[in-house]
Design a binder for this molecule. Sequence first.
Ligand SMILES: [Cu+2]
Length: 137
Amino acid sequence: MKIRIFRLVLGAVILLPLAAPAQTRHAKVKITAPTNGATVSGPVKVVLVATGVEIVPATVERPGTGHHHLFVDHDLTPVADTIPRGVTGILHLGRGQTEFVLDSLTPGPHRVIAVVADWKHVPLKPLVVDTVRFTVK
Ligand SMILES: [Cu+2]
């Protein structure tokens, strides 16, 4: 534990002078289900695994954290901008969820893009993003 704290402090000292947000330097997200190219039956449970960033409710205003967003058959919105609410196909998992069930997908091909964004709903930089394409029977 002591070593871990030391590394965190040291990391902060080293990375602070850099312009890029240090806390998301190595952050990644992976959609572990459904798998890319899979054929699945609905409802489709999307499972998200993030590393290098702590997934928290959108109410938590702390660097190094974020919450998941799903773009379901919807292109990414401009990455410098706030991810909009109330748009069909754009979901904020604002309670810090790491799973979401898509229960109204029609049979056929679909694409889901996962993006981690901060409490202002602006995507983390560098982008923390993953995409899967799958088919619903
Ligand atoms: Cu959001």
